[in-house]
Design a binder for this molecule. Structure first.
Ligand code: 5AD
Ligand code: SF4
Length: 511
């Protein structure tokens, strides 16, 4: 299917405020809003792989003398999408800028996971309106997960009509065409595909760092946990072919990258969509561990698909780090059922037991939602007791936020916000306690640190992460930046460690 056919195959709805804004003449290309109905659907059609991305000759001068600025909200997937969009901008001749005032194009790469993430973006749009009024030629775009939601697009059309373009997570590779339309049309360009089955391989990227890199292994999610908007904003599960991932990791290793984080909404479902090969996440990790790169991580995993083969492969360690982020969401089987997580408390604990047996020094972290509709005190206590029983070293904790279009948003909720906040506080106190304990266990140990640069709070000190993802601050020569060094831990705080480098001589000699 070519681009035109792909565009035409998308469902097009007529704009609600068509009378005031005449989108009709650009209808097929510039007014294509999201559709929740389409986003919910999961078709059987094959995933198509494209490696023919190219910037059209017509657009190659588009960015000459112009600067772009991208503000990124939300998860690592978004950060990586920003790297891709930066690559496309550079291919169009734009320069990057770190200041919004200097920019000729501003993109907001947004997150829809909770309401407060959305509020931040709407607040920021209010600020950017002034900039746009002072500089009418400025192009302002909203992309990312919020753009995939019908309600958000309608709100922008109604309340923020100064926005020039809205495009979705499946339309990133169309950035040149979208920018072109925005320059030409004077009307808001809305291009959001809701149902997408493709993987586009050869998109350019400008990576934010030279030490650690993100590598997508799959896109989308088919789990449909009842509270979660991601399956609607990111589409169906599509795995990249193993050879493409392996080649990308090899190239990053050859370019001196020290650490790779494999990305997917649910990495454990990797390969389930292949119908020609029997190749899953454990197989991929087994192939990647043979590549000469010091560290490989992954995020995020789902307990349900975490199989024995994967555990067996991770137990080899080597460049596969002994840190696993394993979102549990709740410690109550009844809550897990209503959340649509498809495992019980006991099954989760059994998985943890297997992981700990195979990797005794594993560090586990998790995500937890408190105050899901009708969560009782006892059910919350089950989350607290599960946390203790597993001994997670850290957690991201959230108050449930209703997302329009998800099944949970329709559930009646009898838990007051006050109770939800109280539960969050209690859970956070427990999380802090366990984090401090895990940090204290490092005292006196010598750990491997990948040095990222000067500490944000103190340029006299270097900082970097251990294999278990603990932030370490220590005195050392700038020449150590980008290298793995050994650090003796002298002090433990709740979230960071302080230490002294023990192999200064060796680190200097490496350079
Ligand atoms: N409300 C609160 N937290 C949520 N998460 C996902 N959806 C919601 C929601 N509607 C949390 C989950 C997930 C993490 C990325 O965000 O814990 O693992
Ligand atoms: Fe959302 Fe569940 Fe998919 Fe994670 S696994 S992205 S929580 S639907």
């Amino acid at each position: 299917m070519n681009e035109k056919q792909r565009l035409e195959s998308q469902q097009v709805q007529s704009p609600k405020n068509k009378e005031e804004k005449d989108y009709s003449k650009y209808f097929q290309t510039v007014y294509m809003p999201p559709s929740l109905k389409d986003a919910r659907r999961r078709g059987k059609e094959d995933i198509k792989y494209h490696d023919d991305f190219d910037i059209d000759e017509r657009f190659k001068e588009m960015g000459n003398g112009r600067k772009f600025y991208i503000r990124t909200y939300g998860c690592q997937m978004n950060e990586h999408d920003t790297e891709v969009m930066a690559g496309i901008f550079m291919g169009l001749g734009y320069q990057a800028t770190e200041t919004v005032e200097d920019a000729d194009v501003i993109l907001m790469n947004t997150c829809a996971i909770r309401e407060n993430a959305e509020n931040k973006v709407f607040g920021e749009l209010g600020h950017l309106k002034h900039l746009k009024m002072e500089k009418p030629e400025l192009l302002l775009g909203v992309c990312g997960c919020m753009a995939q939601q019908e309600s958000v697009v309608n709100r922008i059309l109604e309340k923020h009509p100064f926005v020039d373009m809205i495009f979705g997570t499946h339309n990133i590779h169309r950035l040149p065409e979208i920018l072109h339309e925005a320059y030409m049309s004077k009307e808001m360009v809305v291009e959001v595909w809701s149902k997408e089955g493709d993987v586009i391989e050869n998109l350019p990227k400008v990576r934010a760092g030279k030490i650690r890199a993100w590598v997508n292994i799959m896109y989308g999610c088919d789990k449909f946990c009842t509270y979660c908007i991601v399956p609607y904003t990111r589409g169906k599960e599509r795995s990249r072919r193993p050879e493409d991932i392996i080649q990308e990791v090899r190239q990053l290793a050859a370019h001196g990258y020290q650490e790779i984080t494999l990305l997917g909404q649910n990495v454990n479902a990797y390969g389930k969509d292949f119908d020609d090969i029997d190749y899953h996440f454990g197989d991929l990790m087994d192939d990647l561990r043979k590549i000469n790169i010091p560290r490989i991580r992954f995020t995020t995993s789902h307990p349900r698909d975490f199989d024995d083969h994967l555990i067996e492969v991770l137990a080899h360690k080597g460049n596969l780090v002994e840190h696993i982020h394993l979102p549990v969401q709740s410690g109550s089987s009844a809550m897990l059922k209503i959340m649509g997580r498809k495992y019980t408390r006991e099954q989760f604990l059994e998985l943890v037991r297997k992981i700990k047996k195979a990797i005794p020094d594993v560090s586990l972290s998790t995500d937890i939602i408190v105050g899901f509709p009708n969560e009782t005190d006892e059910q919350f206590e089950e989350t607290m007791s599960l946390y203790r029983e597993v001994g997670f070293e850290t957690a991201y904790t959230f108050i449930y936020s209703a997302r329009e279009g998800t099944p949970a948003a329709k559930m009646k909720d009898n838990v007051s916000m006050e109770v939800k906040k109280e539960r969050l506080q209690r859970l956070n106190a427990l999380v802090n306690d366990f984090s401090r304990k895990a940090m204290e266990a490092h005292k006196g140990q010598i750990v491997e640190v990948l040095v990222e640069g000067e500490s944000k709070n103190n340029p006299e000190v270097l900082s970097g992460y251990t294999r278990k993802n603990k932030l370490v601050n220590f005195k050392g020569p700038k020449s150590a930046i980008g290298h793995l060094v050994q650090v003796k831990i002298t002090e433990a705080k709740t979230w960071t460690l302080n230490g002294e480098m023990v192999d200064v001589q060796e680190a200097v000699e490496v350079i």
